[in-house]
Design a protein around this ligand. Sequence first.
Ligand code: SF4
Length: 440
Amino acid sequence: MSQHKVSLVKYEKPLDSVRRALDLCGGLDAIAPGDKVFLKPNIVFWTRLAEFPKYGVITTSRVVQDVVALLAERGVRDITIGEGMVLGRPNDRETAPHAFESLGYAELGRRYGVKTVDAFTRPFREVDLGDGMKLSFNVDILDSDVVISLPVMKTHAQTMVSLGIKNLKGMIDVNSRKRCHSADPQRDLHAWISRLADPFPRVLALQDGIYTAEMGPSFDGIMHRSNILVASWDVLAADLVGARLLGQDPAQIPYLVHAASRRGRDTSLDGIEVLGERIEDLARPHQWCFPYNEQGTLPLPMVKRGMAGISYYKYDSSLCTYCSTINGAVLSAIAMAWKGEPWNQVEVLTGKMMRPSGKANKTILLGKCMYQANKDNPAIKEMIPVKGCPPQPEQINAALHQAGIMVEPAILANLERMPATYLKRYEGKPEFDPGLFRVE
Ligand code: SF4
């Protein structure tokens, strides 16, 4: 007899498809009308400055709306939607309400009394996750009776996939997020992520695969219209199925291996009953990380353009979210500054674990963590520190200029506008429907 039911359905119609996905895995019967229900969509980024593509990055409002409608149908009245999105300015209290309004959550408030929570305006409470590992979670999700995790089905450059468990990282405070990207091999990112669902006794996962992302988690990935929904009352079982649908072997995904092992399980589908479609009919390969050269010293597209005199080592799991957000833009700025003349053996170190090669003439230490890890390292000939946490655009521009890489300052200064430049990828492709990110 199977222990864990996971439903796998094709998204075909508003409301009906989500209803079928939930019904197949046991439905909402386990939720009492008086329960406090917390919905956690994935809004990894938002900006008020420009329209930008949300496909494969942000949970569709279609799925959020359908879940709320089904909860309301069941008589549930206490529904909260919450997120702690990654924002450039820590005291920004305007962007989250703008996101909630634009995605239609405010309309769900008017129709169903749904509350919205910007996690950073609310208290956090420390939770002991065992083995001395502690993270501080938003109190609203902790005090809920039921958590519904609504991730986008995406690959992730550090954790390989980002699904129902990883989605809950948005509910911890900034210091906890930084802690997750530890340099300690026993308590690395994967070990922390594997415990994120542990504080919650009842978690329903509904993976939104209307759009799926290759090379996620952000806008620069390759997005597919996949029309998949995966649901389960066992968040690990759902993640194991979701990973397979993204063409990944769960046994190779460290956070899934950790999560399974702590539950006395493994990453196989033994004990999991998949209802609805067959995984093999809907799975599609999704590349999870951007390609680098064999030495890991430069992204492949930069190598192919013949760039020389620079090593920008491949990020590792200790590079936290806030530095990650900048990292891609720094690489783009450097690529645009290339004029065909080799730079003066510059190396750029990021995260918390990298060490200088001893061969570079100039070593940029990007971020406070890298500076602290290497500030006394004798292998550095000329140190160019960028001490911010996260490093600020002006500091990075100045450091690159000092290294002789004459990047255009506006590229990093206008970081928030960069996602808008990806809009043109979707022009003339009707399967990419912005209407799915509004409440109808
Ligand atoms: S310097 Fe970067 S990697 Fe280190 S904690 Fe700050 S933002 Fe994170």
